[in-house]
Design a protein around this ligand. Structure first.
Ligand code: SAM
Length: 197
């Protein structure tokens, strides 16, 4: 069984980015939700090689990307060089992070199968987003696929996200939508914006 690092590095080195199940040419929902939030200093956790970063850079966001996969970060750095900051880390483990205005996660939280890993994810979130800041969290929804990239998922809905983030956070927006993957498969998502009280 490969480690998570090997698993994700293999995914990015064996498959063209445009053929990965989560690939999107444009991230209209994410950009809409992010533009709802105040501030321009953003961390994208589990960024992979997402084209969302291109749109954020074009919109003058100060972007930091975090991913477990060194290969994803290498590919992303070929596109963005020194224009963004890179952190290789496992979001389910404690990480020392600087402060940001906005935390964005599309399709990472649902890979954390243990409650203890999800609680550490929230500790990391709270260490870098202060009162008045935002968390934009997008997950496969409970009525959707239970596996992605060969890995089991712990999927979410609004209630489970509210319960996970706890009393420090207010759910201010939620959108249900369907991502069509490069093979035509439907992947229902729940995309949310939380504001820290
Ligand atoms: C399904 S992809 C989504 C990529 C990107 N957010 C997007 O929407 O295109 C999941 C990403 O999360 C990363 N990842 C998985 N587990 C992680 C973890 N525990 N910590 C940090 N990144 C992780 C993977 O390397 C991969 O880039």
């Amino acid at each position: 069984m490969p480690s998570d690092l090997d698993h994700w590095n293999n995914a990015y080195s064996s498959t063209d980015a445009t053929k990965l199940g989560w690939y999107q040419k444009e991230h209209a929902v994410s950009m809409d939700l992010i533009s709802y939030c105040d501030g321009k200093n953003l961390i994208d956790v589990g960024a992979g090689t997402t084209t969302l970063i291109d749109s954020l850079v074009n919109d003058n966001y100060d972007v930091t990307v975090l991913d477990i996969s060194s290969e994803a970060l290498r590919l992303l750095s070929k596109r963005h060089g020194d224009n963004i900051k890179y952190l290789q880390a496992d979001i389910s483990q404690p990480i020392k992070l600087p402060k940001f205005d906005i935390w964005h996660d599309r399709a990472v939280l649902h890979f954390l199968l243990k409650q203890s890993e999800r609680e550490t994810y929230v500790s990391n979130l709270e260490s870098c987003i202060s009162s008045g800041g935002y968390a934009v969290i997008e997950s496969f929804s409970k009525d959707g696929a239970k596996v992605c990239c060969g890995l089991d998922l712990h999927t979410h809905d609004e209630d489970s996200l509210v319960e996970l983030l706890g009393e420090n956070w207010l759910l201010v927006e939620s959108i249900r939508h369907i991502h069509i993957n490069p093979f035509g498969g439907e992947r229902p998502y729940v995309s949310t914006v939380f504001k820290r009280k």
